[in-house]
Structures are given as structure tokens and as C-alpha cells.
Design a protein around this ligand. Structure first.
Ligand code: ADP
Length: 893
């Protein structure tokens, strides 16, 4: 007898061999030498993950119980591969070109990269797959316990628990060894292919043993068909049709099938081979199902579990070697299913649930790619544990009672709810996200209500009473006969209602809603890319020369040459261009990314070198980069505008400086001119006096008076020039005090009184209010007023010269107006009089240098006010304004 311990050891050795195979394949793939992985046979064998422990054990069980019904499980996929090959091809091509990572990824991408949709599909897949994983646990447990009961006494849940733990570890070690960017798992696929061979070999061996070892050939076996096995009545019943349909749908909707058929597909022609090779595999798998079932029924004691005939038949005839092989076949079926399902589901869970949550939680931190990598690994491992824990819990709750086949069908129908959204997404441009979401939710709810929850037989959520008489006694809501339906078979009932409602909802909601721009874009991208001729050249079409030209355009000749030389060197070439390999393209992409951005570089190389379509993400990333570049150039534009403005300012300042410098020259020449006149006369009169010793006293007096007057004039002139330069340099210190305007005006009048008397000019002053006060430098203001009054007396020549000086408070300012009734100042002169050395009046006295008004204006401006010539009908009028309070003065400065 085969001991239980030996069996466990054999399993462990088998697992170790699988590990070695996976490791070897992965190594070869990394080294780029995995030619066998390119073989369509490996792809086809990996699709055989469809044949799980359910098929392996359950098909025989089903045949023993229901006759030919098991054929549907093989018929469905066969019909799909043969009849619906174009659907499959379209799906696989889109999946490969769009780098789809899971069925959730496919559906959410198709409907505008919608996150809620991805989450819902993921959850649905997890829930739908849970019974299926429980099924594997159950069949493994059963087959183990066949051996266990013979040697050691172990409870079934104990075995199931440790199997779940073992499978979890196995999957974690197997499926999360690395995180491939494209989610392809070469090692796993190879190991699965090996397992496919093992399970087929095992089943065929048992079959051959039964037909020729126990019985006397096919004729003998079929002669032994028990009468109850071949059901009477029509073969093609609604249940038959439903089963065939569900089995076909499973190939594209089950997460693990999507994983091997779509995600792991590397070339289109693989699918072409699989289209005949996989049905052949299924045919071989099914070949001996009926004989084994008949053999079990006729050679084993009545009451033997037909689900275990594959193992119990060889055991009953003491064929321990064959029994072990049969057991390993079942073990292979279960483990390959669990591994692939857990990988597919954990990819979805980590990509669509855990990672988005983590990214949202860490939005502020700028996550490093290392963080994300290790997070992904941890997330996948946790997901795998969770998935197997769920499977174990389902097994424990249902107590492993339900027949294998029915559990599998529950799972099939669960994930079949994705079918309308999937097909609509493949073929119908107007299918919308809302439609997909609504259809899936409705279908899923009905599935859960009519099939999934009733599978717990009243132990979970739905009570037994609710199952038979409907919840709250509402008969029309009874899960197994909705709306009083008379469909007897629960599976057919659930399929009709859930998929029917799902499809109708999907259709109606899609028609009623308008797809968003992104949805439409994705729809066009996915659907149109398959309809139209490919927009991108195939890799064979482009040469390394093309890439070199592209690189030159972007990097420049020198850099491109360096890059290509280096790549040629690493390939061991002394000269010339490198061979076109993946690593060359990767290197080039990296090189270009530094210049044009990663997304753009990727897009460019995709255009030149690959058949890969551009994804919307690529386009968005390109747009981001373009936006960044535009922002950058916009900044540059602003900077250059600023530079231009600054340059203009500099030019202005320069002009002003030149002008000032020329003004200074003019000023200096004017000053020297002004100085020379009195100096000349002083010098000449002094010389006359020196050279004429016999000069008369009166003459002497006249000459020395002239010299004196000229000296006084010279001194005054110098004083004025000094004063002006002092004021202009801003160094003059003001002595601001609160002063009475009346006082200042009176002082100024007194100063000019003598001159006025000499010219018989009358000065009339009018100050309102009399007590007008202001913060002002009284001496400086008086200087200005004296200058104005003096000018008025000097130049305001009239028959009866009258000079008015008025002071008014005008808002925050004081206005002092000095006017005369003389000839006034012409408009042309008005512009000149404030200039230095400007003298416009013919009546100008000899002593004036033309600096008075310049100095006055300078003073008033330093006081925060101004002086200007006011328009007047007769005579000249000057307005002097300045702020009343010192703070206002400062504010004005
Ligand atoms: P000046 O030292 O010659 O008085 P100002 O700068 O005070 O120099 O005046 C400049 C010129 O403005 C004077 O030469 C004179 O021609 C003209 N001017 C000034 N005030 C009057 C006035 N009240 N009436 C006519 N002309 C005036």
C-alpha cells in the first residue's frame, strides 16, 4: 500500500521539479534564448489550465452520474476555438497590442480607463473564482484522503487547510518571483505546460488501463454501460445548451483563462495553432472519461464516489504506480489552476485595488519606483493569501459536500456576467461605461441571488425557508423560481435570468448614455485598430539604419554616433551599426527620452520599430511632456520679454545720461560764459586803474564801483550756481517747521520793498485765511517768493506796476500766486524760463543770470510742491504750490 507520507513526499518532489522547470525557463527567457517559449505548443498546453481538477476528476463523476453531459465541458471550448475563432483572435490581438494585464484591465481600459469598473470586475472575479478554488481544494482533499484513510487518520478539513497553505506558498514562490512589466510569466507558463502533459498522460494511462487492463477492450467496456447512465430523452436539452455555452464563455471570461489565452499570448500565430491543437487536447482528455466512469461503476463496489474513480480504480487493482500517476495528474490539474487563477486575481487586486489606494494615501510623498515595486510584490502576495483563504473558507462553509461539477458551474456563470461587456467592448463602438457597469452589476446580483447564495443550502445569508418560499414569503422572489419561472434546472434558470437581464441592461443603458470623450477614444483605439490595416510598420519593416537616422535627428550626429558605436561594441562589433535587438531599442529609447521625454521616445520607437499601438496613456504622457516643454518655452518667452524691457530701460537711462552729460557741457560753457563777462570787466577796469596813475578821483571811484558791482554780481552768480548744484544733488538740508504763511509773505515783501519803491511798483497781498499755517522751510519758501517778486518788479514793466501776491488753502495744499501787470511771457518763452540761464525778456537787467526760476523750481520740488507759469490774460502769473503738512510732503516724495 502507498503510504500517505510517501505520497506527500512524491508531491513535494514533483513541486520541486516544477520549480526547477520554471526557474530554468525564466533564466532562458531572460537570456533571450527561450526558443521553446515561442512554440505555439507551449501556448496551447498552457491553455489546458482549463482542465482543472474538476475536469480531471469531475468529468468522470459527471459521466457516471449524468451520462454524456460531461461532453459539454469539452464541446463549449471546441466550438469557441473553431466557430468563434475570429472573436478570440480579435480579443487576443487587442490584449497583446494594448498590453492588457487582466480581464479587469481589459474591460476598464475599453470603457475609458474607469477605476470603479476595474474594481467591480476584480471583485466579481474574486467572488466568482472562490468556489472554483474551493473546488480544487475539495478534489485534492478527496484524492488525498483516499490514501490517508488507508494509513493515517486525518480529518478532511485538516488536509484542505494544509493544502490551501501549501498552494498559497507555492503560488507566492512561483507567481511573484518577479514583476514583469508586461505581466508575462514565462516560468509559470512552462511549468503549466509540463503539468498539462502530466495530467493528460495520467488520464490516458488510467484510461488505457481500464479499457485494456481491466476490461477486454472498448467493446467490452461499452457493453458494461449501466442502464441508468445513459439518460433517456433528447440529448440536446436546455441544460445541455447552457452548459456548452458556459464552457465556451469560460475560455474568455474566467480570469485564469484570460491570463493564459490573452495576457500570456506572445504571437498571433500561436492562437492559430491552438485553434486546432487545443480542441485536440480536449478530445484526448475526454477520450477515456466514459470508459473510466463505466469501469468505476462496474468494477468498484456500489456507493464509491465517482469523482474519485480515476484514482480508486488503479488502487482497487493494486496498481500503485498508476494510482500515483493518476494522483499526480489530479494534483497537476488543481495546482496549475490555483496558481494561474491566483496570479491573475492577485494582479487585478494589486493593480486595481491595493495600488490605487496606496498611491492615494501616499499622494504627498513622491513614491520611488522601488517603493512601488516592493509594494506590488507585497500586494500580490497578500492577495494570493487572501484568495486562497477565501477558497478555503468557501470549502469549509459548504463542507465540501456539493458535487464538484456543480461548484464549477456556479463559478462559470459568475464570471460569465462579464461576457456582455466584453463582447460589446470588442464589437460595439457605442457600448458605454455606464452600460457595462449596470449590466455587470445587475447580472452579478441575480447570479449571486439565484445560484451562488443558494449553493450554501441555507447556511449563508439566504435561509432554507427563503430558498423554497422566497424571502419574506414572497413566492415570486424565490431564488430558484424568479417570477414564478417554471425552469426546473437551477443553472439554466440562473443563466437565463442573470445573463438575460445583464445583456438587456447593458444594451439599454448603453443606448441611453453618451460615452465620454475618453471612452470613445478608447473604443475607437481598441476596435478600430483591429478593423483597419495596422498603422504602424511591423518590426521587420524597419532597419537599424532607420533608427540611426531618427537618433541623429533628435540627438545630433555626434551623440547618435557615440550611442550606436557603444551599442555595436557591446554586441562585439568593432565597427558599423549594431544589430537590431530589443536591448538596442531599449537603449535608444532611454537615450531619446533624455531629450524628448520618455513617453514621446516610446511613441517614436513604437512608430519606427514595433507593431505596438500607442495607448491613450502614451498619448497623455506625451501631452504632459509637450505641455511641460510649452510651459518651459513660455517661461523663456517671459524671461526674454523681461530682458527686452530691461534693455529698453538701460537704453533710456543711457540716453538720459548722454543728455545730462550734454546738458552739463552746455551748463559749464554757460557758467564760464557768465563768469567771463564780469571777470573781463573787473580785469580791464583794474588794468586801467593800474596803468593810469594820474586818474582822477571821480574816475577812480567810478571804476572801483564798477569793479565792486561786478564782483558782487560774480559772487551772487557763484552763490546761485552753488545753490542750484546743491539743490540738484539733493544734498540741501531742509529746515521744516510749522510756519505762518502770512509771516513768510510779509518777510519776502519787506525784502523787495526797496526795489519796489525804486520801480514805484505797488505790492498788494491777500492771504486767506490769515492764520494759514504749513509745515515748510520758511527761508527757502521766502527765497522763492523773493525771486518771483523781484522778477515781477524787474520784468513787469507797466505804467503803474501793480504786483499781487495771494495765498490760499487748496485742499491739502497751499497755493501762493504772484502776478504782475507787465508784458507777460509769450507761450514760446514759457517753455524756456525755467531752464538754467534762460533770459527771454529784453528788459532783462544786467545783474540777472537766468538762474532764479530754475533754483525756485528746484526748491519747490524739494519741498514736495511745484512752481509753474499759470495762464493769464495780462502780465505774468506764477503759481507756487506745496503740501500743508509734512507727512503729506513725505508721502508725495
Ligand atoms: P533772472 O535771473 O534773469 O531773473 P529768472 O530765471 O528768474 O532769471 O527768469 C528767467 C527769465 O524769465 C527772465 O530773464 C525773464 O525774461 C523772464 N521773466 C521772469 N519773470 C517774469 C515776469 N514776471 N514777467 C516777464 N518776464 C519774466
Amino acid at each position: 500500500m502507498l503510504s500517505f507520507n510517501l505520497l506527500v513526499t512524491i508531491c513535494l518532489i514533483y513541486v520541486a521539479i516544477l520549480f526547477a522547470v520554471a526557474g530554468w525557463a525564466e533564466g532562458r527567457a531572460r537570456a533571450g534564448r527561450a526558443k521553446f517559449l515561442q512554440s505555439p505548443i507551449v501556448y496551447t498546453l498552457s491553455i489546458s489550465v482549463y482542465c482543472t481538477a474538476w475536469t480531471y476528476y469531475g468529468a468522470v463523476g459527471s459521466a457516471a452520474r449524468n451520462g454524456l453531459e460531461f461532453v459539454t465541458i469539452y464541446l463549449g471550448p471546441t466550438l469557441l476555438f473553431v466557430g468563434w475563432f475570429w472573436v478570440l483572435r480579435r480579443l487576443v490581438n487587442i490584449g497583446r497590442t494594448q498590453r492588457i494585464t487582466s480581464i479587469a484591465d481589459f474591460i476598464s481600459s475599453r470603457y475609458g480607463n474607469n477605476a470603479p469598473l476595474a474594481v467591480i470586475v476584480t471583485l466579481l472575479c474574486v467572488i466568482g473564482s472562490t468556489p472554483y478554488i474551493a473546488l480544487q481544494l475539495q478534489s485534492l482533499t478527496l484524492s488525498f484522503s483516499v490514501f490517508a484513510t488507508e494509513s493515517v487518520e486525518l480529518s478532511q478539513t485538516f488536509i484542505a487547510f494544509w493544502l490551501a497553505v501549501g498552494l498559497a506558498l507555492f503560488t507566492i514562490l512561483f507567481g511573484t518571483r518577479n514583476i514583469d512589466a508586461n505581466e508575462r510569466h514565462h516560468g509559470v507558463v512552462t511549468a503549466i505546460a509540463v503539468e498539462a502533459v502530466v495530467k493528460l498522460g495520467a488520464l490516458l494511462s488510467v484510461g488505457v488501463f481500464v479499457v485494456w487492463g481491466i476490461a477486454d477492450g472498448p467493446a467490452d467496456i461499452f457493453a458494461r454501460i449501466p442502464p441508468d447512465m445513459m439518460a433517456e430523452g433528447p440529448i440536446v436539452t436546455p441544460r445541455w445548451a447552457t452548459l456548452t455555452f458556459l464552457a465556451a464563455v469560460a475560455i474568455i471570461c474566467l480570469p485564469r483563462m484570460f491570463q493564459v489565452v490573452v495576457v500570456e499570448n506572445t504571437a498571433e500565430d500561436h492562437l492559430a495553432t491552438a485553434s486546432w491543437a487545443f480542441p485536440l487536447y480536449l478530445f484526448l482528455m475526454s477520450l477515456f472519461v466514459l470508459p473510466i466512469a463505466i469501469g468505476g461503476k462496474s468494477f468498484l463496489p456500489a456507493g464509491s464516489n465517482p469523482d474519485l474513480f480515476v484514482v480508486t480504480l488503479p488502487l482497487a487493482f493494486d496498481q500503485f504506480g498508476l494510482a500515483t500517476l493518476a494522483f499526480l495528474g489530479g494534483f497537476s490539474s488543481a495546482t496549475s489552476m490555483v496558481i494561474v487563477a491566483a496570479i491573475a486575481l492577485s494582479t487585478m487586486m494589486s493593480n486595481h485595488i491595493i495600488l490605487p489606494i496606496w498611491i492615494r494615501a501616499n499622494r504627498d510623498r513622491n513614491p520611488q519606483s522601488d517603493d512601488v515595486r516592493s509594494l506590488l510584490l507585497v500586494a500580490r502576495r497578500i492577495s494570493i493569501l487572501a484568495i486562497l483563504a477565501l477558497g478555503y473558507m468557501y470549502y469549509a462553509v459548504t463542507d465540501g459536500t456539493a458535487a464538484l461539477a456543480s461548484i464549477g458551474l456556479i463559478a462559470f456563470l459568475g464570471v460569465a456576467q462579464l461576457l456582455p461587456a466584453l463582447l460589446g467592448g470588442l464589437f460595439w463602438n457605442n457600448a458605454t461605461r455606464a452600460g457595462a457597469l449596470a449590466g455587470i452589476l445587475v447580472g452579478f446580483a441575480i447570479w449571486a441571488y439565484t445560484l451562488f447564495l443558494p449553493s450554501f443550502e441555507g447556511q449563508f445569508i439566504l435561509s432554507e425557508a427563503a430558498l423554497t418560499t422566497g424571502p419574506w414569503g414572497l413566492q415570486w422572489l424565490a431564488p430558484r423560481s424568479l417570477f414564478g419561472s417554471t425552469i426546473e434546472d437551477p443553472l439554466v434558470h440562473a443563466t437565463a435570468f442573470s445573463l438575460g437581464a445583464n445583456g438587456v441592461t447593458f444594451l439599454i443603458v448603453s443606448l441611453l448614455t453618451v460615452p465620454s470623450a475618453l471612452e470613445r477614444l478608447q473604443a475607437v483605439r481598441m476596435i478600430a485598430s483591429q478593423d483597419a490595416t495596422p498603422r504602424f510598420r511591423a518590426s521587420s519593416g524597419s532597419t537599424v539604419e532607420d533608427l540611426f537616422i531618427l537618433a541623429q535627428r533628435i540627438l545630433g550626429r555626434a551623440d547618435a554616433t557615440t550611442l550606436f558605436d557603444r551599442m555595436a561594441k557591446t554586441q562585439g562589433k568593432e565597427s558599423g551599426l549594431p544589430d537590431l535587438t530589443d536591448s538596442v531599442i531599449r537603449n535608444l529609447e532611454r537615450g531619446l527620452a533624455g531629450t524628448v521625454g520618455a513617453a514621446t521616445a516610446h511613441a517614436m520607437l513604437a512608430q519606427v520599430s514595433g507593431p505596438e499601438d500607442l495607448s491613450v496613456e502614451d498619448l497623455f504622457a506625451m501631452a504632459d511632456e509637450t505641455a511641460q516643454i510649452m510651459e518651459y518655452s513660455h517661461e523663456l518667452e517671459i524671461k526674454s520679454e523681461q530682458l527686452a524691457a530691461n534693455a529698453q530701460k538701460l537704453r533710456d537711462v543711457n540716453e538720459r545720461l548722454t543728455e545730462l552729460s550734454s546738458q552739463k557741457d552746455v551748463f559749464l560753457s554757460q557758467v564760464s560764459h557768465e563768469l567771463r563777462t564780469p571777470m573781463t570787466s573787473i580785469r580791464s577796469f583794474a588794468e586801467i586803474m593800474r596803468d593810469s596813475p594820474d586818474m582822477s578821483e571821480s574816475e577812480k571811484h567810478r571804476f572801483s564801483s564798477i569793479i565792486h558791482d561786478e564782483s558782487v554780481r560774480l559772487t551772487r552768480l557763484l552763490d546761485e550756481i552753488l545753490d542750484l548744484s546743491f539743490l540738484e544733488s539733493g544734498k540741501s538740508k531742509l529746515n521744516i517747521r510749522t510756519e505762518s504763511i502770512t509771516g513768510i509773505i510779509t518777510r519776502s515783501e519787506t525784502s523787495v520793498a526797496a526795489l519796489a519803491a525804486r520801480k514805484s511798483a505797488t505790492i498788494i497781498s491777500d492771504i486767506r485765511p490769515r492764520a494759514l499755517l504749513a509745515d515748510v522751510d520758511g527761508d527757502r519758501l521766502s527765497q522763492v517768493l523773493i525771486n518771483l517778486l523781484t522778477n515781477a518788479i524787474k520784468y513787469g514793466v507797466a505804467d503803474t506796476p501793480i504786483i499781487r501776491i495771494t495765498a490760499r488753502s487748496r485742499g491739502p495744499e497751499v497755493l501762493i500766486r504772484v502776478s504782475d501787470n507787465g508784458p507777460g511771457i509769450s507761450d514760446a518763452d514759457a517753455r524756456l524760463i525755467f531752464e538754467k540761464f534762460a533770459r527771454v525778456s529784453d528788459t532783462g537787467e544786467k545783474g540777472s543770470a537766468g538762474l532764479g526760476l530754475s533754483i525756485s523750481r528746484e526748491i519747490m520740488r524739494t519741498l514736495g510742491g511745484d512752481i509753474e507759469l499759470a495762464p493769464s490774460l495780462k502780465g505774468a502769473t506764477f503759481d507756487v504750490t506745496f503740501p500743508k503738512s509734512h507727512t503729506a510732503q513725505q508721502a508725495a516724495e
